[in-house]
Design a protein around this ligand. Structure first.
Ligand code: NAD
Length: 357
């Protein structure tokens, strides 16, 4: 049985990846390693937690000693690394935490994988193809676009926020381990995700919650920032395709060909929720409130994922309107999940903070 370590599996994207792998590959043993920070919640995996090919391990990727012991004990065949601090606003108030988790944590995992797959010298002693260290990253490493153009895999890195700088640094370390030690790696850089289980500090789930409760919808600046939105299950499917077929040492961009300004996303959401909540047309839009822009706010992200489509045959399956309606339905039907993940210490932050990636 292949042993696959998925880090950050209790978070938003990680939980969808864990679910997909546990259900689709009964001959893989999936280990979900997660510290369960405010963003990690085992509620996200209730439906698969009793499956025999799934195991949860609570732990911190910044703890090198713990990580080394775990790898020595379990001898994982491959790693899909998603654990991270992921919220740009939090990175502005606490950059060091992002360096620790996103950079040091990633290097701890790279070291532990190198040690068990190749020994401490780092040169391949046997065929390395059965192993893979897959780093899940973001399009934010590329910086900001003007009105034209798309990020390709050749775009130079130009991160602006402490979050994107920490992800860029971790990407560089992953490539350095390929170049220096021949560690078998792959990286994907994905655009903004949306869908079920998204922690409600991010734009879409925050606004769904606020619309439902007739609260203001805080939009940074004039809402003109453009993001390329991808349904989270499409991202999980792309990760599956890349994990099984990627050329070692390569990078793939993942995106939805789906650019929207923030204000248009929220207008569409308001419209969908007018209907779903039985409110008059235009009622929810009255809740839109413009707030002071985020420091260093990137204007536009847009992804060219032609390489992934041409080489590995992946493409997004859902139209945005359909995915957004599905997301709204999920949040309306899962009020208990929302109460659970926003209880305790987080409550204060949640009440005070504004928007999202
Ligand atoms: N959300 C997006 O739109 C998006 C887009 C592209 C790439 N990504 C990347 O995908 C990955 C997952 O993003 P997400 O939105 O699901 O994030 P998330 O914040 O929802 O989940 C992160 C998970 O990592 C865990 N974690 C945090 N610190 C840890 C530590 N020190 N040790 C172990 N576990 C720890 C948390 O408990 C949580 O379960 C991240 O690497 C992120 O950079 C996210």
């Amino acid at each position: 049985m292949k042993k696959i370590l998925i880090t950050g599996g209790a978070g938003f994207i990680g939980s969808h990846v864990v679910r997909l792998f546990v259900n689709k590959y009964p001959d893989y043993k999936i280990f979900n390693l997660d510290k369960l920070t405010y963003a990690g919640n085992l509620e996200n995996l209730k439906d698969i937690e009793s499956k025999s090919n799934y195991k949860f391990v609570k732990g911190d990727i910044t703890d090198a000693h713990f990580i080394n012991n775990l790898f020595q004990e379990e001898k994982f065949d491959s790693v899909i690394h998603l654990a991270a601090e992921s919220h740009v606003d939090r990175s502005i108030s606490n950059p060091l935490e992002f360096v620790q988790t996103n950079v040091i944590g990633t290097v701890n995992l790279l070291n532990a994988a190198k040690e068990i797959w190749m020994g401490n010298i780092g040169l391949p002693t046997s065929d390395i193809r059965p192993h893979l260290f897959y780093h899940v990253s973001t399009d934010e490493v590329y910086g900001s676009l003007g009105d034209e153009g798309l990020f390709t895999e050749e775009t130079s890195y130009d991160p602006h926020s402490p979050y994107s700088a920490s992800k860029a640094a971790s990407d560089h370390f992953v490539r350095a381990y390929f170049d220096t030690y021949n560690l078998p790696v792959v990286i994907s850089n994905c655009s903004n995700n949306y869908g079920p289980n998204h922690f409600p500090e991010k734009l879409i789930p925050l606004c769904i919650h606020n619309i439902k409760n007739n609260k203001p919808l805080p939009i940074y600046g004039k809402g003109e920032n453009v993001r390329d939105w991808l349904f989270v299950e499409d991202h999980a499917n792309a990760i599956d395709v890349i994990f099984h077929n990627a050329k070692l040492g390569s990078t793939y961009n993942i995106g939805g060909h789906n650019e929207w300004t923030n204000i248009d996303v929220i207008r569409l959401l308001c419209k969908i929720m007018d209907k779903k909540l039985g409110r008059a047309e235009g009622e929810n839009e009255k809740l839109i409130t413009f707030v002071k822009d985020r420091a260093g706010h990137d204007l536009r992200y847009a992804i060219d994922s032609t390489k992934l489509q041409n080489e590995l045959g992946w493409k997004p399956s859902l139209q945005f309107e359909e995915g957004l309606a599905k997301t709204v339905d999920w949040y309306l039907a899962n009020e208990e999940w929302l109460t659970q993940v926003t209880s305790g210490n987080y409550q204060k932050y949640y009440e005070q903070q504004y928007v999202a990636r």
